[in-house]
Design a protein around this ligand. Structure first.
Ligand code: F6P
Length: 322
């Protein structure tokens, strides 16, 4: 292997830059040339390749976002798009590719591998922590800390006014951000896509807590089956009209900001291992960290199986929020 390419794809996440830095510098250490691709798969199709060296990734370990920019490419979903991407990879004599992204990015790499044989290796860049084969994804730790910081502030005002707040957090299909940050802020309840949401039950629980608690915070994952925070708040309001209710959607602040120390460490380990494993001949696998150890998981498995919600954590959350 003489030359590799690297790009970021899908929703950005804090730590992508730290991962990119590790990829570029590990490759240079092994005397491999590196080309960056701007704007994810779109840039691969539109020929946005450029040569990178150790200086291209100086002073980025602490920065959120991604200096390579990112996109959710529609064109790569077509066979014509993938052919153009392959032609460009060939044009630059790319022998292997590191993709830093989430499940959509790995599905794209899998699709590509059905026809073309340039090896891809993935680093899990998504705040959602929804990939099988890793305990943590790049950006997840920063995102839950952002949520905790924001909800602590909401708690102050909720407590002053004796209010009920519904706080919506990111997680289209996954409730990890909601569950873990919910535990961190001492939320009265969390609503996540992995478990059934029963509004009557929620109302009953709120009534039970009425005497003991003045402020109440319900964390709602955006992908919850009962709807977003506004819909759920409206339903609850119909049944509990005397509650002073407010809704906060945290939105994209969860995707930005300087990565935490844990995210910088995990991202660096993943980027470093991605290159070393590519050199060992691995392909179509995602690098992850399980029980503090680097693991490789085939893309098919990483994207198909959602990690199980920890039932003990759910039970604990319930007990601690009485
Ligand atoms: O996949 C990460 C994620 O942040 C999800 O939690 C969220 O639903 C989605 O991206 C939002 O994507 P966009 O910024 O494209 O609207």
């Amino acid at each position: 292997m003489k030359k590799i390419a690297v790009f970021t794809s899908g929703g950005d996440s804090p730590g992508m830059n730290a991962c990119l830095r590790a990829v570029v510098r590990t490759a240079i250490y092994h005397k491999i040339e590196v080309m960056g691709i701007m704007h994810g798969y779109d840039g691969m199709i539109k020929d946005e390749f450029f040569k990178m060296d150790e200086k291209s990734v100086a002073n980025i370990i602490h920065r959120g976002g991604t200096i390579l920019k990112t996109a959710r490419s529609k064109e790569f979903l077509t066979s014509e798009g993938r052919q153009k991407a392959y032609d460009n990879l060939k044009k630059y004599n790319i022998d292997g590719v590191v993709v830093i992204g989430g499940d959509g990015s790995f599905k794209g790499a899998l699709e590509f591998s059905q026809k073309f044989n340039i090896p891809f290796i993935g680093c899990p860049g998504t705040i959602d922590n929804d990939l099988e084969g890793t305990d943590v994804t790049i950006g997840y730790d920063t995102a839950i800390n952002t949520v905790v910081e924001a909800v602590d502030k909401i708690r102050d005002t909720a407590e002053s006014h004796d209010r009920l707040f519904f706080v919506e957090v990111m997680g289209r299909d996954a409730g990890m951000i909601a569950l873990i940050s919910g535990i961190g802020v001492g939320a009265e309840n969390i609503l996540i896509p992995e478990t059934k949401t029963d509004i009557d039950d929620l109302v009953q629980r709120l009534k039970n807590k009425r005497k003991t608690k003045t402020s109440k915070i319900i964390i709602v994952a955006e992908g919850d089956e009962a709807g977003g925070a506004f819909e759920i708040a409206e339903e609850v309001k119909k049944r509990l009209p005397d509650y002073d209710t407010r809704v906060t959607i945290l939105g994209h602040i969860q995707r930005g900001g300087n990565p935490t120390a844990m995210d910088r460490l995990n991202s660096s380990r993943m980027g470093f291992s991605a290159v070393e494993n590519l050199l060992k001949g691995e392909k179509n696998v995602m690098v992850g960290i399980k029980n503090k150890t680097i693991t490789l998981t085939p893309f098919e498995k990483a994207v198909k199986q959602r990690p199980q919600m920890d039932k003990d954590l759910l039970r604990m959350m319930d007990i601690l929020s009485i």
